[in-house]
Design a protein around this ligand. Sequence first.
Ligand SMILES: [Zn+2]
Length: 311
Amino acid sequence: MGRKVGVIAAVLVALVGVLAVYLYNRITVLDHEAVTDSVSVIYGAGGNVAVLRTQRGAVVVDTMTFPIQGRRILALAERLGGGPTQAVINTHYHADHTHGNPAWPAGTRIVSTERTRAYLDQFDSAFWEGPVAGSAPNDLFEDRHELRIGDKTVRSFHLGRGHTGGDLVVLFVEDRVLHTGDLFFNRRYPNIDLEAGGSVQQWAQTLESVLALDFDRVIPGHGPVTDRSGLLEFQRFIAELAAFARESAAAGMSLEETLAAASLEHDAAFEELSVPFLYKFDRDFAIRRAWEEASGAVRPVELGDPASGKL
Ligand SMILES: [Zn+2]
């Protein structure tokens, strides 16, 4: 009996060890590839990171999910970006795009929209209080922001609601590359954060404004790098989802009836995005969120300042 327990215990310890190694690798291994001569993308457990090389050093867009990833991204960005980071840009407030921020030294310029900063304070304050408070965005704008660093121009735009109410997109002007943040999930079902001002109904229009910018290559928030046609494909899905949800809400259909009646076409090539026990972004999730907005079942959280009236 004692021998059996000992064997079981040894097997359990080994399994926990294997799981720990797996998780450590999953979190810390980063892949990267060149998008242009000056722009690289870093893939890992979290949102896609962009690095721009300038004559003075790196500009980094998003920082993934964990401070340990941030430290690796910081080191990689210094190499890919031609020197120490000159600025970090956070496309929106979600943890898988911002929680690497604390790896950068105090005083680093960190750009986001005012709304993203407000959502951080509203929904993720436990992380941003205390020692990492100085790593939250400190260079805030409402609609449009421009950085000139060395030979490069970096423009950030807030063009409307979609994934959240505060997303920005980043245009690397000379390289004609756009980082969309999570306004674009490439061939994946999107997360839709209605509580933080996200909107399926307005998303396609926001993407119309994004598509009016001058770019060729596109780094999505999740999924592989693509071009304008990939972004158009996602816009068609979002427009289809919005129209379906509007019609079902107008007909007074319940969520169950809406899920049963769904006949979407533009997601044929889409994958699910999920982490067990944490989240699952699939077709049913997208339809549920679209129905919750269209039927008025879920509304944006009031941010407690006059600006929130614009939500
Ligand atoms: Zn997100």
